[in-house]
Design a binder for this molecule. Structure first.
Ligand code: GAP
Length: 446
């Protein structure tokens, strides 16, 4: 039932997500977001900000630049180590990530003389080589090593580079965090599964700086905190799990990592990673920049090189998980209904307003009046075209929790029907009570 193709189709048809540069044949691994996609992404980002930043006193938001000089990525280890193994078919010239190829992600792989063949055409493959995933550019008109710069492959490095600025300007103490939401770019060899693995995406990252002695405690804290956040978002327990990395799976900077995995249509896969990055980044940036990135402990009068715990999640990957989690189909009045059962606080459009008949001026005028009232407090949608049943279906398909219909009785007693998306039950409510009623529903869910 949770067919990825159906979700992709609704996303395009209803205005959540479009292929980037589609009219020119599309650019692989890049997507554009329509009105509903932007609203849903904003809701997710705001919920993350509330949970990570605004509900705490010791975590500060920053926005660092996307383009960074070569030095930053030499220090971070990305120039040397941020690469994936690549093979190319000598016959059809399709390129593959060889570790994914061996896992069967491109289809069945046949062997010849113990070497894998192209899963598409059966052709011979080149020897494996390492491919760096960073997008390179030059700053200014001269293209030389000194002007070489990179689109950031993670937002994290901007936070390490600003460690001292935030520490000093916020006059904070350990433990404290720097958080950021922003674009990251990776020239993935094979983007796949719609918006799961893409080349331009947004990350929501927290770098939480701690006394090294407390690393284990804070690592466990953030794993549980982040896992709990997904349950609060409304993910079913059976669709979400924690997976701790084996030693050999760890990134070059990490002493321990736990992934929060979601049950995507192709199986459990990474949604978010929580890593103990040790003091790797601060010590490397201290070394490469010559700036001492340490914390001075007033009590012991000693310098501490903090450790970092980092929860990091991609906004689009989370968006995909949300679309999959809340997509549903049922039968209403003998007709198949496609529906997103978003919790009200997540829904992109909160309320839709309809006149029962779009060709009756009195109903249309009254409906527009009600629309102006609800629009002040909630992102709303007005629709007068097509049968009322069809209008309800269109809202169900984009996950709008409530529809208000203005009918002939409204003109007599100032009441409208309010229809619940999930149960399809309708009740009458006074126009003057609508806003209070909806506010209570949305705040209960927040
Ligand atoms: N700063 C740590 C870091 O970047 P990562 O595991 O490479 O770690 C963190 O990425 C998160 O960013 C992932 O769990 C995923 O949600 C998201 N992400 C990474 N690569 C992505 C891609 N190509 N497309 C979409 N999301 C991606």
């Amino acid at each position: 039932m949770k067919n990825l193709e159906t979700i992709i189709q609704i996303c395009k048809q209803r205005g959540f997500i479009f292929q980037s540069a589609e009219i020119y044949g599309g650019l692989k691994g890049f997507y554009d977001y329509g009105y509903l996609g932007v609203l849903l992404k904003n809701n997710l980002k705001n919920l993350w900000l509330k949970s990570i930043v605004f509900s705490r006193d010791n975590i500060f938001l920053i926005e660092s630049s996307i383009v960074g000089p070569r030095k930053v990525y030499e220090a971070s280890g990305h120039i040397e180590g941020f690469q994936d193994p690549l093979v190319e078919c000598k016959n059809c010239h399709q390129r593959f990530r060889s570790d994914h190829l061996m896992k069967g992600e491109y289809g069945e792989v046949k062997l010849k003389d113990n070497k894998p063949l192209c899963p598409l055409c059966g052709g011979e493959l080149t020897e494996e080589r390492q491919f760096n995933l960073m997008f390179k550019t030059y700053v200014g008109p001269v293209e030389e090593l000194a002007t070489e710069a990179y689109l950031r492959p993670e937002t994290a490095q901007g936070m390490f580079c600003n460690f001292k600025n935030v520490l000093n300007s916020m006059r904070t103490k350990l433990p404290f965090g720097i958080a950021q939401i922003g674009k990251a770019f990776r020239n993935e060899i094979t983007p796949r599964n719609f918006i799961f693995r893409i080349r331009e995406f947004e990350q929501m990252e927290l770098e939480f700086f701690i006394d090294p002695k407390e690393a284990e405690k804070w690592y466990k804290y953030w794993v549980e905190e982040r896992y709990g956040w997904y349950l609060k978002l409304g993910f079913k327990k059976e669709n979400i799990r924690k997976r701790e990395y084996l030693r050999e799976e760890l990134a070059h900077y990490s002493a321990a990592t736990t992934d929060i995995e979601y049950k995507f249509p192709w199986g459990f896969d990474e949604l978010e990673g929580i890593a103990n990055r040790t003091n790797y980044d601060l010590s490397r940036h201290s070394h490469f920049s010559g700036e001492e990135l340490v914390y001075f402990d007033e009590k012991t009068k000693k310098k501490i090189l903090p450790y970092v715990i980092e929860p990091s999640v991609g906004v689009e990957r989370l968006l995909l998980a949300v679309l999959v989690e809340f997509y549903d189909e049922d039968i209403i009045e003998g007709e198949r209904r496609r529906i997103f059962r978003f919790p009200p606080f997540l829904a992109p459009i909160k309320v839709a307003v309809f006149p029962l008949l779009g060709n009756k001026k009195k109903l249309v005028d009254k409906a527009k009046e009600v629309y102006q009232i609800v629009k002040k407090d909630f992102i709303s949608f007005y629709d007068e075209s097509g049968s009322i049943g069809r209008r309800y279906r269109r809202q169900d398909e984009i996950g709008t929790p409530f529809c208000l219909t203005i009918d002939f009785q409204t003109l007599e007693d100032e009441t409208v029907t309010i229809r619940d998306r999930d149960s399809t039950k309708q009740e009458r409510i006074k126009i003057e009570e609508i806003s209070e009623y909806l506010k209570s529903v949305f705040s209960n869910n927040d």
